[in-house]
Ligand binder design. Sequence first.
Ligand SMILES: Nc1ncnc2c1ncn2[C@@H]1O[C@H](COP(=O)(O)OP(=O)(O)O)[C@@H](O)[C@H]1O
Ligand SMILES: [Mg+2]
Length: 374
Amino acid sequence: MPKKLRIGVIFGGRSGEHEVSVRSAGSVIEAIDKSKYEVVPVAITKEGKWLAPAAAAELLPAATQRKLSAQTLGADRHDVAIVGDPSRSGLTTLGDGSGQRGLDVVFPVLHGTYGEDGTLQGLLEMASIPFVGCATLASACGMDKVTMKALFKEAGLPICRHTFFLRSEWEDDRQKVLRRLKREIGFPCFVKPANLGSSVGVSKAPDSASLARAIDLAARYDRKIIIEEMVDAREIECAVIGNDKPRASLPGEYVIHEESARFLDYTEKYASTGNVEFIVPARISKSLIKRIQKMAAIAYKSIDASGLSRVDFFLQHNGELLVNEINTLPGLTDVSGFPKMWEATGIPFAQIIDELIELAIERHRERARNETSI
Ligand SMILES: Nc1ncnc2c1ncn2[C@@H]1O[C@H](COP(=O)(O)OP(=O)(O)O)[C@@H](O)[C@H]1O
Ligand SMILES: [Mg+2]
């Protein structure tokens, strides 16, 4: 039997999406083919501390923990780290621990800041460990909603009207910022931290008073705040995997049953309120499915994505499509769209994970072809 590949699944993280990441990691560890892969869980706490596999496993549901091999977890509870030195590539045990544990591939199952935004990816590139998902540049571009929209625009993709400002500008002169936003965007509008996800810090603002409150909230999460015109539209998503030749899944659609679900906020996304349902395929024409798949691939390439991403669209009532955003590490929980869309396209999640690991190795080899001396 061929040797099992050792996969480091890193989850948690210093992010407003910490809890979502723990759920995503649970789903990945449940689904991954354990006859082919040995899973080494590594957790990053909300404070940024890296926990050893034995301690990381305890953050997962009991049933998932039982599926991990006790031998792989080990008993050592010393903190671990990945250092940016290729000769130590893998997990380095800190303190009095017993040294080094090699990892063949890292699967960063982290959403939001310090995980999806290129920071961890930069560390993994320094360490020369193959890893699943977008590399540093695409991760950073896909995380920042302002940069992402600039790249979409450059690629000829339709996007909604928006503008942005910095927290320091808001703190210096609130009235000036409000005046500009009223002039350039108007009401109702959406206010978001530029770098986050899962709707954390996102609000709809119908008037001036709520706009100021919404900005105060968003400014807690980021130094850059984006304001968009409100788009009255159906929300369609499309999953993409691949490196240089990306493939798009059948699109899915969020159907909102209750008016009380004003938009897809954090609760609606993860609490299974029953107010929203994710349907695949989206109830749209075949030609629109094709257009969405094509646009998803263009969005993917526009940020130089690799591995996986999910591209989210607004389908306006007049039939116009807008690209809302790309998520380079989309939710992978039991209720998330990405695995469901591939499932409906005929590829089970375990096989998607297989492909993602192969893509990680392929990109690593491709990168290794670059000369680093002259
Ligand atoms: N411009 C907009 N018009 C209408 N609804 C929006 C707009 N922007 C965001 N929303 C709503 O808020 C949700 C979260 O916003 P999104 O841009 O997707 O941020 P996140 O990265 O947090 O998912 C969207 O799924 C949608 O329901
Ligand atoms: Mg979104």
